[in-house]
Design a protein around this ligand. Structure first.
Ligand code: H2U
Ligand code: ZN
Length: 344
């Protein structure tokens, strides 16, 4: 009989329609790798060299205003452009289907500074400051949604050098694109087909199971729940789900936005406590497509995808079997949730 705590198995991810291998028996193997404590770094409240601090010059030559709250600007090294030329390339061999395909796409890439303070991160912001970040994200989603060619807006953050963040100043990015990126398109298809068949959002039903079983919950408030998803691939991956199936940040009322702000503070505080160091991650919000149509199947959520496994320096690598086959984990999602739940 399968026991999820002891026996190797695969778990299904209904959002992405893919699988992850779980190897709980391996968490019992001895660990002989090195565990170093990171050197504590103290950051100044203002860094004259930082391209995100108020009043400083950026690489493109623009000077930041003396901003006092959040601050949004167009990325000086944007990956996509709003006015790129249209066109496509399609090449087939004989009467076969296209094997070479390229399509011109447009996009707007922006940087969002969460605070003028160089030395703070999400856990150190006050609830009111975090609420201002949520409001800024919502306003940006609304602004980019209003452009007729923008079909999707991804709001995300890379935190920590391990995740490729270029600067410790608290900031994230957002990209509005003329296309739906592949991960998003898979979640879109899954949520639509679930809603079409059952008249409820996939994540409402999933959340009901998780609240009932209470094995993978990390923390919750009146409006949001954070949990380690049953199908988590990264060791301490979490999903932050709105209790109400709101399609986007714009649809949240004031109390729900405060709830999200409180949830971001609590979850990131727990993450930083886990290995007593700033916890690196990529996080981002999945929200309804921005094509102007109603999206009742869409249920707002955020994914936190952190690489750390065993300490502030020992990370999980997605290599070998993961790169060439499918994701694999040793620590179970239930063990990860219990660790995060126990902290404060
Ligand atoms: P990351 O830390 O996630 O890389 O985000 C920082 C972004 O800031 C990055 O995309 C941009 C980089 O292109 N940037 C500017 O727009 N102007 C600058 O002067 C430096 C960095
Ligand atoms: Zn700074």
């Amino acid at each position: 009989m399968l026991n999820l705590d002891d026996h190797p198995h695969r778990r299904y991810n209904p959002l992405l329609d893919e699988w992850v291998v779980v190897s709980p028996h391996r968490t019992k193997r001895p660990w002989q790798g090195q565990v170093e404590a990171p050197a504590p770094t103290t950051l100044p409240t203002y860094d004259p060299q930082c391209y995100l601090c108020p009043g400083n010059a950026r690489a493109g030559g623009v000077t930041n205003p003396a901003y006092t709250g959040t601050f949004v600007f167009d990325n000086d090294f944007a990956a996509l452009m709003p006015d790129a030329p249209a066109g496509e390339l399609v090449v087939s061999h004989g009467d076969g289907p296209p094997l070479l395909r390229a399509v011109a796409e447009r996009g707007i890439c922006r940087v969002v500074c969460y605070s003028p303070r160089h030395d703070l991160a999400l856990p150190q912001l006050t609830p009111a400051e975090l609420r201002a970040v949520v409001d800024t994200w919502a306003a940006q989603y609304a602004e980019l949604s209003a452009l007729p060619w923008v079909r999707h807006v991804l709001i995300f953050e890379n935190r920590g050098a391990m995740m490729g963040a270029s600067n410790p100043h608290p900031h994230g990015q957002l990209w509005g694109t003329s296309f739906m990126p592949v991960q998003f398109a898979r979640e879109d298809a899954s949520q639509r087909s679930y809603y079409a068949a059952h008249g409820r959002t996939l994540l409402s039903d999933y959340l009901a199971i998780e609240l009932e079983r209470a094995e993978r919950l990390v923390c919750q408030n009146e409006h949001f729940v954070a949990l380690v998803p049953f199908w988590a691939a990264w060791p301490f991956e979490t999903l932050v789900v709105a209790r109400r199936p709101a399609p986007s940040l714009v649809a949240l009322d004031g109390a729900e936005r405060d709830g999200l702000a409180a949830m971001l503070k609590e979850l990131t505080t727990r993450y930083d406590a886990l290995f007593a160091a700033p916890f690196p991650y990529s996080m981002g919000f999945h929200q309804a497509p921005t094509d102007g149509a109603p999206h009742p199947a869409w249920h707002l959520h955020a994914h936190f995808l952190p690489p750390l496994l065993r300490s502030a320096t020992v990370r999980k690598f997605m290599v070998g079997f993961e790169l060439l086959g499918e994701a694999q984990r040793d620590l179970t999602p239930e063990q990860a949730a219990a660790r995060l739940r126990a902290l404060r």
